[in-house]
Design a protein around this ligand. Structure first.
Ligand code: NAD
Length: 246
């Protein structure tokens, strides 16, 4: 894999899966732009330091991906410092779970704004910096394919991510830019750590591989899609879910 000299922007990467992706790409030699919201600055700067120890360049650029102007400022800052973005990973995401019957507008709109409108806000502003043969990878979810109880808001955004991915792949293919999505299932994270033990054992029964996925399982799929080896893979969704199908 040749990531040396490439620049990767990963949104929402101060912690969690985004950080894992950042570390995986940095280990291959890619420079990393960490994006997250301003309140995550301390954690983001720690991540930047960890990445720099791997011998690549890294910088934290705060921006709220749900806000178009904030993303425009981020793109301007990236242009000044890095000039090109070879790999863009739209990873930032939130949940505000509630059954639709009880869901409030405060639980619906922010999820749509952070998880889906962000793809427009970030990609629209960064696209002109993505050179030919660049890579765009969008993080969807099993919920976007199968739906999930209490997640009409979240699942709608993650299904939208797939529609965005397939459409943009058709638009930018002539420049040999690939656009793909990764749909993780149940992955060990702050979110899944909160699942009560009894519910967790029920979930495990639904997973053919009988275990929760690890953050590096998702990062490995992202790394493949970002690599030269994936040059003929575009407009597709890689499920990283231990074989779940329902
Ligand atoms: P996480 O909460 O640990 O990390 C998400 C990051 O996004 C945080 O650092 C957060 O501060 C940042 N963020 C939130 N709002 C933002 C905004 N407006 N602008 C910029 N950054 C913002 O979550 P995670 O588990 O690492 O999830 C990462 C992605 O993977 C999300 O898109 C999530 O939907 C998806 N996903 C996760 C799982 C899982 O099991 N963890 C499963 C399927 C999909």
């Amino acid at each position: 894999m040749s990531f040396k000299g490439k620049n990767a922007l990963i949104t929402g990467s101060a912690r969690g899966l985004g950080k894992e992706m950042a570390m995986a790409l940095a280990r291959e030699g890619s420079n990393i732009i960490i994006n997250d919201i301003e309140p995550m600055k301390e954690e983001a700067l720690k991540t930047v330091e960890e990445i720099k120890k791997l011998g690549v360049e890294s910088e934290f650029i705060a921006a709220d991906v749900s806000d178009f102007e904030s993303c425009k400022k981020m793109a301007d800052a990236i242009k000044e410092k890095f000039k090109e973005v070879h790999i863009l990973v739209n990873n930032a995401g939130i949940t505000k779970d509630r059954t639709l019957k009880k869901m409030s507008p405060e639980e619906w709109y922010p999820v749509i704004n952070v998880n889906l409108n962000s793809l427009f806000n970030v990609t629209r502003n960064v696209l002109e910096m993505i050179p030919d043969e660049g890579r765009i990878i969008n993080i969807s979810s099993l919920a976007g394919i199968s739906g999930n109880f209490g997640q009409t808001n979240y699942a709608s955004t993650k299904a939208g991510v797939i529609g965005f991915t397939k459409s943009l792949a058709k638009e930018v293919g002539k420049r040999k830019i690939t656009v793909n999505a990764v749909a993780p299932g149940f992955i060990k994270s702050a979110m899944t750590d909160k699942i009560p033990l009894e519910l967790l054992s029920n979930i495990l029964q639904l997973i053919p591989l009988r275990e929760i996925g690890q953050p590096e399982d998702v990062a490995n799929a992202v790394k493949f899609l970002a690599s030269d080896e994936a040059k003929y893979v575009s407009g597709t969704v890689i499920k990283v879910d231990g074989g779940v199908s329902f």
